[in-house]
Design a protein around this ligand. Sequence first.
Ligand code: ADP
Ligand code: AMP
Length: 228
Amino acid sequence: MSDRIYLVLLGAPGAGKGTQAQLLEEKLGIPQISTGEIFRYNLKNETELGKLAKSYYDKGELVPDEVTIRMVEARLAEEDAARGAILDGFPRNLLQAEALDGMTAEFGGIDLVPMFQLEDDVVTMRITGRRVCRNCDRVYHLTFNPARGEGCDSCGGELYQRNDDRPETVQNRLYIYYKQTSPLIGYYFAKGLLVDIDGAKPIEEMQEQLVAVLAANNIETAGSALSV
Ligand code: ADP
Ligand code: AMP
């Protein structure tokens, strides 16, 4: 086992990857790295990267690999990722997966790939009801995981519906998932890294499943209490 832990959370958009990553990062003491979240930050702040990503993001298409891969490389080199990371939304195609293998090779590569299994109609319900804090990116759902009050429970920020979560974009995102991202299931299966997670379970139960598969694969980091 290397000194760094790299987890790749795989599954359709809306399967619950971000929700689980946000719960897991404290338990493992390593950050969630969500490429979608980094793009949203850059869109909000109208940076050069944001301007470049906007047309792809709004249509639910993948931002070009060269840009995305460079962005992840820089993020993984930041200090808070010195013990590893929980990757959420990256990689999304084979080229990105191979690039990630290259970035992590000297630290023992990817440790585990939990695959979130969920029916498409549930995915669609999850995406259309999703609300996100404009300030801290915490994820809610109108029905399944509502905020206690008007704003974000963590920071009071405004909750909004992502542009790409509107029904007209969701179908395209699912299409892109099946076409470009789902081949990664075979890619990681062949490497013996894939573990199935039942994405239809409630949030707490999914977290319990994840913690159990991590423990079964001896994934713990120093000082982390791997309990739910
Ligand atoms: P992803 O990161 O895979 O796109 P999210 O974590 O953002 O998915 O979850 C999508 C939506 O579904 C959010 O609104 C979230 O609150 C909700 N959600 C996540 N996990 C569950 C779950 N286990 N049961 C019900 N709703 C969930
Ligand atoms: P997400 O928050 O993971 O649902 O991502 C939202 C959007 O950001 C996607 O629909 C893409 O437009 C873009 N994006 C996120 N991750 C990637 C990636 N790995 N490669 C290309 N585009 C991405």
